[in-house]
Ligand binder design. Structure first.
Ligand SMILES: [Zn+2]
Length: 314
């Protein structure tokens, strides 16, 4: 009989079934990140505004005049209002119904199963619970399962699962808010560079990773400025450059062009589709991040070699 976890063969521990289960739990956590991180960031921006309004010295430096009383008063009023808010972080408070604040008990917080068992409604106020939650959970479970099937059998598959999970969070947050938080893109980038530096993935050398960062960042940066100089408009944001730099850190510079091609074509198709069906709200744009993230996941799963062969660049 198997005594400990370490006696189990690696193919099982890091195989599709175990990792799909892990994916369910990680998906449940990502739901919290997806819901809270934009709120936490927005709070932070208000806090920045408040401290800026209250900063008389800074006002004097920039405007060469004393700050009008209204400005500093607004600053201290805002500071007070911010201080009255309940604490919010990824870990605290525990999960609750967004409609009535009902705290979820442990059996109401089991991925997918609770959503079905509760009849897709909050047990306290009966407000429907969004299908987004079980969809993210099953999506990440599927992603981890397929990643293990393609790249599994060894502990290094956990690195790729972390890469994929971060991309899922970034894609959904960008879709919701058109913001790609630095708090996710930059750690993803550094994680790729460190993975390469420590030699944790055989095919990823440090040089290859850094070339990926440079090519990833600069390629979109150049497209951004060409587009801006030609049309006076901004076609994407700096978050997109950082995301593509992070993808380069993990996948190498050769992956950049296939990812951008894939993201541009799919993004354009989705944008046209949304315009035609009228589901694109006025003044809003289709974010690029979800398609870049999708391209990164596709290259991870298919492998760079087959992708380049398929494009005829192999
Ligand atoms: Zn409720």
């Amino acid at each position: 009989m198997l005594q400990t976890l370490s006696d189990l063969p690696q193919e099982i521990v890091f195989g599709p079934w175990v990792l799909a289960l892990l994916g369910l739990a990680v998906g449940s956590f990502l739901n919290v990140v997806i819901f809270r991180m934009p709120l936490i960031l927005e709070r932070q921006w208000w806090a920045d505004v408040a401290s800026q309004l209250a900063d008389r010295d800074s006002f004097r430096r920039v405007f060469r005049a004393e700050a009008p009383a209204g400005v500093t008063q607004a600053g201290s009023a805002l500071t007070k209002t911010l201080a009255s808010l309940k604490r919010l972080s990824i870990a605290q408070p525990g999960s609750a119904c967004p409609a009535c604040g009902h705290r979820l008990r442990w059996f109401e917080n089991i991925p997918v199963a609770s959503w079905i068992a509760l009849g897709r409604r909050c047990s306290a106020c009966k407000t429907p619970i969004s299908a987004r939650y079980p969809l993210v959970e099953t999506g990440v479970a599927l992603l981890f399962g397929v990643t293990a099937w393609r790249l599994g059998g060894h502990a290094s598959v956990l690195l790729w699962c972390g890469f994929g999970a971060t991309l899922v969070a970034l894609a959904v947050i960008d879709w919701d808010t058109t913001v790609l938080p630095d708090a996710l893109t930059l750690p993803l980038l550094w994680a790729g560079v460190c993975t390469a530096a420590f030699g944790w993935l055989p095919a990823l050398t440090l040089q290859r990773s850094i070339e990926g960062v440079v090519v990833g960042y600069l390629s979109l940066w150049a497209v951004y400025w060409l587009f801006k100089l030609a049309t006076g408009k901004e076609g994407m944001g700096y978050g997109d450059f950082k995301l593509l730099a992070a993808l380069g850190a993990w996948l190498g510079w050769q992956a950049i062009l296939p990812i951008v091609l894939f993201a541009s074509i799919l993004g354009a198709l989705v944008g046209i589709g949304m315009k035609l069906t009228g589901s694109l709200r006025e003044g809003r744009f289709v974010p690029f991040g979800p398609f870049l993230a999708g391209g990164g996941i596709a290259v991870m799963l298919i492998g760079l070699g087959p992708v380049l062969d398929w494009l005829g660049w192999g």
